[in-house]
Design a protein around this ligand. Structure first.
Ligand SMILES: [Mg+2]
Length: 180
């Protein structure tokens, strides 16, 4: 079986919805996903960059993120034909380990726990595909990188790109259709 490595945040877990909501609520703003295009929250509000990163270091932050639409159905189907690993750069937020583990266990219980990979530098990952919203993780990755669209990467080019989980499904099941 070929292997697919799949990132968590902004790929199967809706990081932005909660992060933006927390920021807007705390700072009386009304930023939207549109405002994040081609950027990051801490870049467009540099005066609050520390507080913005602090939200994510709350040990419970990752526990109640929404599941990205279609991800459970598509990954369940993929898991019949491919070996699935969840590869998250959790070392960026060590306080997130417990919440991320519990979240995976709750929403992706069909993926064996031994296939959860909490890592830092993803070039160590040996898989045939890596689905990730951060293109930097494709550097040094030996397999095929697949960029999952997120506001911050919307203007990046030169990668195989999927805009949602239905396009992931198409990529793997319908002729490897490639969207650039
Ligand atoms: Mg990510």
């Amino acid at each position: 079986m070929k292997r697919i490595a799949i990132d968590m945040d902004e790929v199967i877990a809706d990081f932005h919805a909660k992060h933006l909501h927390l920021f807007n609520t705390n700072y009386y703003e009304s930023l939207t996903i549109e405002d994040l295009k081609g950027s990051r929250l801490w870049k467009i509000r540099p005066e609050f960059s520390k507080e913005i990163l602090d939200f994510v270091d709350d040990p419970s932050f990752f526990r109640d993120l929404k599941v990205m639409e279609g991800s459970q159905e598509v990954i369940r189907e993929l898991s019949k034909y491919y070996e699935i690993f969840i590869t998250t750069a959790a070392m960026e937020h060590p306080s997130s380990f417990q919440a991320k583990f519990e979240w995976l266990n709750e929403y992706f219980s069909f993926i064996p726990q031994m296939n959860y990979v909490f890592c830092g530098n993803k070039s160590i990952i040996k898989a045939d595909y890596l689905i990730d919203d951060s293109s930097r993780h494709f550097q040094g990755f030996q397999g095929q990188g697949i960029l999952f669209s997120a506001p911050h990467n919307i203007y990046e080019s030169g990668f195989i790109r999927v805009n949602n989980w239905y396009e992931v499904n198409d990529y793997f099941f319908n002729n490897n259709r490639q969207t650039k």
